[in-house]
Design a protein around this ligand. Structure first.
Ligand SMILES: [Zn+2]
Length: 101
């Protein structure tokens, strides 16, 4: 098993624990992350310029500010287990500010 759980933020899970395969159909949702090259599930990943990313991998490659500037329809797909509690809180605050603007 890869030991990528070192340095995880509170709330974050190793990449392989983010995958939840329950139906045969779910296999179709598997995408390779352009950041870490591990597998993720499309509904919980960012899709930017035809590339797929875990939220944390996008933030690592381009910064958290860049991640937060993505459209809300992308941000609301992210899982706490991926981005961690701290960033998830900031994203939720940001999304709810937009809702009430
Ligand atoms: Zn990744």
């Amino acid at each position: 098993m890869p030991t990528d759980n070192k340095g995880l933020e509170p709330g974050q899970l190793p990449h392989d624990q983010l995958i939840d395969l329950q139906r045969a159909h779910d296999v179709r949702s598997l995408k390779e992350c352009h950041g870490c090259r591990q597998i993720g599930q499309a509904p919980a990943m960012l899709h930017v310029d035809v590339l797929w990313y875990h939220g944390r991998c996008y933030a690592e490659a381009y910064s958290e500010a860049a991640l937060q500037s993505l459209p809300p329809r992308q941000l609301c797909r992210l899982q706490i287990g991926d981005v961690g509690l701290k960033l998830a809180r900031r994203i939720i605050e940001q999304l709810s500010e937009r809702d009430h603007a």
